[in-house]
Design a protein around this ligand. Sequence first.
Ligand code: TYC
Length: 101
Amino acid sequence: MGDLDTRNNTDTKPKTKRPKLFKVILENDDYTPREFVMRVLMKIFRMSEEEAYHKMMAAQQQGSCVISIYTKDIAESKARDATDMGKECGHPLVFNIEPED
Ligand code: TYC
């Protein structure tokens, strides 16, 4: 009495699936000032100045750099807000998203 019979529970499936994740990617360009890229990373992605500097330099040297990984809605909205922040100031700065493997 009181004991749960788990002998036939081997085929139970989890009820919730893990959400698909997306990378936000910072693309290098020849025109956006370095300091501006850092400002966007600090404001939208809540990075410290040091972290923002390293990510900005990685994008500059490698052509692009993964900034962070989020669920789809959050990745889309952060990439849009960050790209818009550049546009509003006349910079061609672009953030894209890609599915995480
Ligand atoms: N390459 C830009 C410059 O030399 C700076 C920059 C770095 C722009 C990273 C975008 O993702 C970027 N002014």
